[in-house]
Design a protein around this ligand. Structure first.
Ligand code: MGD
Ligand code: MGD
Ligand code: SF4
Ligand code: MO
Length: 649
């Protein structure tokens, strides 16, 4: 028996340090949290716990070539040579006949390791294939923050222990970030910190917070304006800070004062006393932490909500007193790792959120998918799936059999993060160590770097930056990135700290925190965050959907069964529609119609429905049949939480 120290590579806030026990036969026998990390503190979530068995379930073990119709699972097993010959032959034919832009690389963060996720981009950059902007998750919020702060990074999680007020804003941390939540609970226990949740529904965070405020979905800018009005009126402002470090407060103040209490009440659905309570908590706090979830940002005006919320701590004199994502806090050259600037071909970038129509309309003849399950996770599924079923040649490289594999022409087996060596950089904390191979790759699974190199050889790609040794390239990308060691120390198994950009660095044109963003003005974007609410029509509900505990994206159905396809409805709405529970209802809009179970609960307010994200509904259709490919104005992000539906009993 041996214990291997590694990290969880899943698309998750926490990036846990874990200990994996391996028996003498090389089998994984337990996965535990490693106490040797002050953030992830020696425990894993229900997905981490299940890894020990899931590694051996529902795996793609051998290369497969389709023999049946799409969608479906009729494949024949083949060997790597035939699979690679088929793929490279098809790629060459498509590039020759339709041009390189008709090749699409479609990938995401199924494994966030640098070699598993980022480095393989080099091949597709060399080929000049089209790629997506990756905006399906958090990009709009990041871009929105960067308009004011230059970069979007915020506070480090350790500092939660020093805060007296911790606000989870559109962030269901007990479910989506168990370790940040645990730190907040520790701050409450140790120093009496107050935890508040701002969420239109009674989420798990709301249930366990000291106070919960329920604004209407998408109305947070209006709420912020109300809070700021009180901060001004009660003289809670940090005048010196505003004077010294910021620009454009006068214009912000003008906007704030245009928000009368009545207007705030009408737009948010909250009464003025509630707004005052939040403002007083901020006003009396010496050091608050405002943690914004990615859920806050997934609406038609999502980036604006994030921009607005981030201003509150600044008005109270805190440099970056918020958290949204810390991906850009470090000195690691991700563009170098991906080889984004090496190719002369300038690959075309297309919108990920609006991809479905392009795929339906036949824009791509060859689609290479890895680390992503887009036939469940992209919006507007009916169009996307139609496109995958017609003339596109689809290759899927995945660890497990997925809904997307049902549309693949070739499926290739990938090792899980336990089966290959890699480096995981978190989007939250700064603790890092090598993720060594824990167990041998299952079946004939081959990792992403091997696959890209083999394909490059078959295609005759000559570029040295594609064929280079990935570890040497990573070493270059990490130059100057560590506080207390070198890349060689990392490879030797040492735990290191990543160097951080300072909280008071504002990489804006003025070098200050720009409340009124000059860059936005230049780009034709509103320089102050806007309020543009979601407006349901008669008989329509706003359908919120968010992450659930036992699944990461669509993963873990082999362990926990299907993601529940159940919609939560408020008791008054249920009574009006004569829904008694236990039954099935249909959710419909002009994009689709799906059948789901019902739960009646006052966890959601009137006019709002909630369901887990990414479920397959009772009629076999994906819930993403209902979500829109319309993108946000800022950085083309998703609008999942602005979905409008009618409910058919
Ligand atoms: N268990 C688990 N954890 C995960 C993941 C997972 O799949 N499962 N996925 C990871 C990934 S990729 C992501 S992006 C994150 C997502 O996790 P979070 O960042 O927590 O975001 P969501 O789960 O989308 O939504 C959080 C909350 O936002 C609320 N919300 C929706 N609209 C609004 C609004 O307009 N205003 C306000 N104030 N609140 C609103 C929702 O009701 C919900 O409770 O979690 C990561 N962690
Ligand atoms: N309706 C609705 N839709 C949403 C959202 C929402 O809130 N509502 N949220 C969006 C968000 S925030 C996100 S992040 C996306 C998530 O969308 P996806 O990234 O598509 O989510 P997953 O289902 O986790 O798919 C990851 C895939 O990577 C595979 N994988 C895991 N490890 C490896 C590996 O080492 N190598 C390879 N090759 N493959 C691997 C997994 O088996 C899985 O099939 O969903 C988006 N879709
Ligand atoms: S999924 Fe997140 S919380 Fe769970 S073990 Fe992995 S990093 Fe930790
Ligand atoms: Mo995400």
């Amino acid at each position: 028996m041996k214990t291997v120290k590694t990290m969880c590579a899943r698309d998750c806030y926490d990036s846990c340090f874990i200990l994996a026990d391996v028996n003498d036969d090389g089998g994984l026998v337990s996965v535990k949290g490693d106490p040797d990390n002050p953030i992830t503190q020696g425990f894993v979530c229900p997905r981490g716990k299940m890894d020990v068995s899931r590694v051996y379930k529902n795996r793609v073990l051998y290369p497969q070539i389709r023999i049946g119709n799409k969608p479906g699972r009729q494949f024949r097993r083949t060997d790597w040579n035939e699979a690679l010959e088929t793929i490279s032959g098809k790629l060459q034919e498509v590039i020759k006949t339709h041009g390189r832009e008709s090749v699409l690389l479609l990938d995401y963060s199924g494994n966030t390791g640098l070699l598993s996720e980022v480095y393989p981009h080099r091949l597709w950059n060399a080929l000049g294939a089209s790629r997506t902007d990756g905006a399906m998750c958090s990009k709009s919020g990041k871009t929105g923050l960067a308009l004011h702060y230059g970069e979007y990074y915020g506070l480090q999680p350790e500092s939660l222990l020093d805060r007296d007020l911790i606000v989870f804003w559109g962030f269901n941390a007990p479910v989506s970030s168990a370790h940040l939540w645990a730190l907040a609970l520790q701050a409450r226990k140790q120093r009496g910190a107050t935890i508040i949740a701002i969420d239109p529904r009674c989420s798990e965070a709301a249930k366990h917070a000291d106070l919960h405020f329920q604004p209407k979905p998408g109305s947070d800018t209006a709420l912020v304006m109300g809070i700021c009005r009180i901060l001004i009126q009660k003289n809670y402002l940090a005048h010196e800070f505003i004077e010294k470090y910021t620009l454009g407060f006068d214009k912000l103040e003008h906007e704030i004062m245009s928000w009368s209490p009545q207007r705030v009440e009408t737009e948010t659905g909250l009464d003025w006393n509630a707004v005052e309570t939040i403002a007083d908590l901020y006003g009396k706090s010496n050091m608050s932490a405002t943690l914004m979830g990615i859920g806050l940002q997934k609406s038609i005006n999502g980036a604006d909500l994030v921009r607005a919320v981030s201003f509150i701590p600044a008005l109270r004199g805190l440099h970056r007193g918020f958290f949204y994502s810390n991906s850009d806090a470090f000195f690691i050259d991700n563009n170098y790792i991906a080889g984004n600037s090496f190719s002369n071909l300038q690959p075309k970038t297309v919108s990920q959120v609006a991809l479905s129509q392009r795929v339906r309309d036949g824009a791509f003849k060859f689609i290479f998918i890895y680390g992503m399950n887009p036939a469940l996770t992209l919006p507007h599924q009916s169009a996307f799936r139609r496109g995958l079923s017609t003339d596109a040649f689809v290759v899927v490289h995945d660890t497990h059999w997925t809904g997307t594999a049902d549309y693949a022409d070739v499926v290739l087996p990938a090792p899980t993060f336990f089966e290959k060596q890699d480096i995981v950089v978190t989007w939250v904390h700064r603790h890092i160590r090598l993720s060594p191979r824990v167990i041998k790759p299952l079946g004939e699974s081959r990792d992403e770097v091997w696959l890209m190199h083999e394909l490059a050889r078959k295609l005759g790609v000559q570029e040295q930056w594609v064929l280079a040794d990935p570890w040497k390239e990573l070493e270059k990308a990490f130059e100057g990135a560590f506080v207390d060691g070198t890349f060689q120390d990392l490879l030797a198994g040492k735990t290191l700290l990543l160097k951080l950009k300072p909280p008071d660095r504002y990489n804006t044109p003025s070098g200050k925190l720009e409340f009124y963003s000059s860059r936005a003005l230049e780009m034709g974007i509103a320089p102050l965050p806007r309020h543009c609410p979601v407006k349901p029509g008669a008989g329509e509900f706003i359908l919120l959907n968010s992450a659930v505990r036992n699944y990461t994206g669509t993963q873990f159905t082999e362990s926990y069964g299907p993601i529940p396809a159940v919609v939560t409805i408020n008791p008054a709405d249920a009574a009006r529609l004569k829904i008694t529970g236990n039954g099935r209802v249909k959710l419909a809009n002009d994009l689709g119609c799906v059948e789901v179970g019902v739960e009646i609960s006052d966890a959601v307010p009137g006019g709002v429905l909630w369901m887990p994200r990414l479920s397959v509904c009772l009629d076999g259709k994906p819930m993403n049949d209902l979500t829109s490919p319309i993108t946000q104005v800022i950085a083309s992000g998703p609008t999942f939480n602005s979905t409008l539906v009618k409910l058919i009993v």
